[in-house]
Design a protein around this ligand. Structure first.
Ligand SMILES: *Cc1c(COP(=O)(O)O)cnc(C)c1O
Length: 366
């Protein structure tokens, strides 16, 4: 456990707390799909999927190989792949992953394979574009989809879904309500022609918070599980899941006039003490955080990052902090600290979480 020094600590109890928080916002019979794409929002998809498999109904990943990784780790629950690629469809089937079909190109490619492999009722998911304009069939495509699928016993529509463009933004309420209403109209069209009822879902985390009336049969929970809500108020209701910790590798005494780091970006005008920490921009610490734009915590005190962020290390000012080599350095251990880091790096929580390199170890604590 101590052979690495920079690690992301994932708090399992907080994961369960946050999951329950969202369960309490939806009906008892609404299913939960847990989104564990992008390495589980940077938190280790395998560990999280194993830990929560019995508490949820479905998993989703973005790409086929992410789903294969989960299957190889022994995950048995259904796994929806949001954006499978045509060349991966054989592999997808071999690992019992469920494809999102979002255009006639990929629908027909899948149907051809399903036919040649004599699949029976293989679960597929139809993605409708209702305004995000990213991937999805349009409303006009529905009759053609139905004529391709109603008499086809090789596949069965496990779900119909769409994705909101601005569920977090209440100023876009009219647009979002329109998306939801149009989606409901399309769903009715499917219901009219199918002899069975696919699951229906459109809400992501902020959708659950802002539009619970549109929960249909299932909601897709991502960022909220990891402790981040729509806004400060919502985030405060959630528990912090992720902490990023490192240690002091070396302490230097710096004389007035000496410089620190690459390009001599910082020059000291006084006698000072600096500490070197083994985490850098290759690990997800933006270069925008350097040059005293951001601080980390050492023994309860704020230590500014000085000079440029290096690929593998940062140097921090510990002149006024009582500390020694091997002491702990906390990059963040609260949502507030991560959000401050995101603001300073001119980005959002999602990008911070998913941007940590895989040389940072993830430890799930529970
Ligand atoms: C990533 C993603 C989600 C999860 O969104 P959060 O805002 O993290 O809850 C849900 N649905 C789709 C289609 C996604 O791509």
């Amino acid at each position: 456990m101590n052979n690495h020094v920079t690690f992301l600590e994932i708090d399992g109890k907080s994961l369960k707390y946050n999951l329950d928080y969202f369960k309490n916002k939806i009906e008892n019979d609404t299913k939960i799909l847990l989104v564990v794409k992008a390495f589980g929002y940077g938190c280790d998809a395998i560990k999280i999927a194993k830990y929560l498999e019995n508490d949820i109904d479905y998993f989703a990943v973005a790409y086929t190989d992410e789903g294969i990784t989960l299957r190889k780790a022994g995950i048995k629950k259904p796994i929806l792949v949001f954006h499978p690629q045509i060349p991966n469809l054989y592999l997808l089937i071999a690992h019992q992953l469920e494809p999102t079909l979002y255009s006639f190109k990929i629908l027909n490619a899948f149907l051809e394979i399903a036919d040649s492999k004599l699949l029976l009722n293989y679960p597929i998911h139809i993605k409708l574009n209702t305004g995000l304009n990213r991937i999805g069939f349009s409303h006009n495509d529905v009759p053609m989809i139905l004529s391709n699928l109603t008499a086809n016993s090789h596949v069965k529509i496990a779900s119909l879904f769409s994705h909101l463009a601005a569920s977090e933004d209440l100023e876009e309420k009219e647009f979002t309500t329109n998306q939801i209403n149009n989606f409901a109209v399309i769903v009715k069209q499917f219901y009219k022609h199918l002899t069975y009822r696919p699951l229906v879902h459109i809400l992501n985390t902020s959708g659950v918070v802002n539009y619970p009336q549109a929960q249909f049969d299932m909601v897709r929970l991502g960022i909220g599980l990891y402790g981040f809500g729509n806004d400060k108020k919502e985030t405060n209701q959630l528990k912090n899941v992720v902490s990023l910790k490192s240690i002091i590798s070396q302490i230097h005494t710096i004389q007035p006039g000496e410089s620190i780091g690459y390009n001599r970006a910082f020059t000291s005008n006084k006698l000072m003490r600096t500490a070197t920490v083994p985490i850098g921009h290759a690990d997800g610490i933006s270069r925008k955080l350097g040059n005293t734009n951001h601080t980390v915590m050492v023994n309860g005190k704020k230590a500014p990052i000085i000079g440029n962020v290096c690929m593998d290390m940062i140097m921090i000012d510990v002149t006024n902090i009582d500390c020694n080599e091997t002491d702990e350095v906390i990059i963040f251990n609260s949502q507030e600290m991560l959000l401050e880091m995101a603001t300073k790096a001119e980005t959002i929580s999602y990008e911070i979480l998913t941007g940590f390199s895989n040389r940072i170890k993830r430890l799930l604590k529970y």
